[in-house]
Design a protein. Structure first.
Length: 172
């Protein structure tokens, strides 16, 4: 399937293996990816507008290389690993019931984002705007309140206690 220098509108991609494919200079507008493998896809200057990834495997993608004009993406029940979301605006982005492992969210605007029900094992949050973001029922996040902006950020008990990991204290 040719995906480089192409434009796709209102398309649904189902059960497709895009491993190693180039999306370079392509536009995906109002598209859905369902049960797809997007490992090591080249996202250089890719435009995603109103794109949802459901039950997808997303591994080794650098979303910071996307065209950031109207970048609107969402993830549901997907496995994301070793992907970069640094230095981009992901306000209102959803990561619902996802496994988000070893992903990088440095200098990212995640205001009003939603990580509800997600597992964030070894994902990095630094200098990230997490105001009004929801981590309800999320787990394994490691967020340093001193190095991120938290305002009205929503957490669940007992996982919220992990916010104290940065301090040298003991809880009993």
């Amino acid at each position: 399937m040719k995906c480089q220098d192409e434009e796709f509108q209102e398309e649904t991609f189902e059960n497709t293996n895009f491993t190693g494919i180039s999306f370079k200079n392509s536009k995906f507008i109002d598209c859905n990816f369902e049960n797809c493998n997007l490992s090591n896809v080249d996202l250089n200057n890719t435009r995603f507008q109103d794109v949802i990834f459901r039950n997808c495997k997303i591994q080794g993608l650098d979303f910071s290389k996307c065209n950031n004009f109207i970048l609107t993406i969402g993830f549901e029940h997907s496995f994301l690993s070793y992907s970069i979301f640094s230095d981009i605006n992901l306000e209102n982005t959803v990561f619902i019931n996802c496994q988000v492992y070893d992903c990088d969210f440095m200098n990212t605007n995640l205001k009003k984002a939603n990580f509800e029900g997600s597992d964030l094992k070894k994902s990095l949050f630094r200098n990230t705007n997490l105001s009004f973001t929801s981590f309800r029922n999320a787990k394994n996040y490691d967020i340093d309140p001193n190095n991120n902006f938290l305002k009205k950020t929503k957490f669940s008990i007992p996982e919220v206690i992990s916010l104290l990991n940065t301090y040298d204290i003991e809880l009993e």
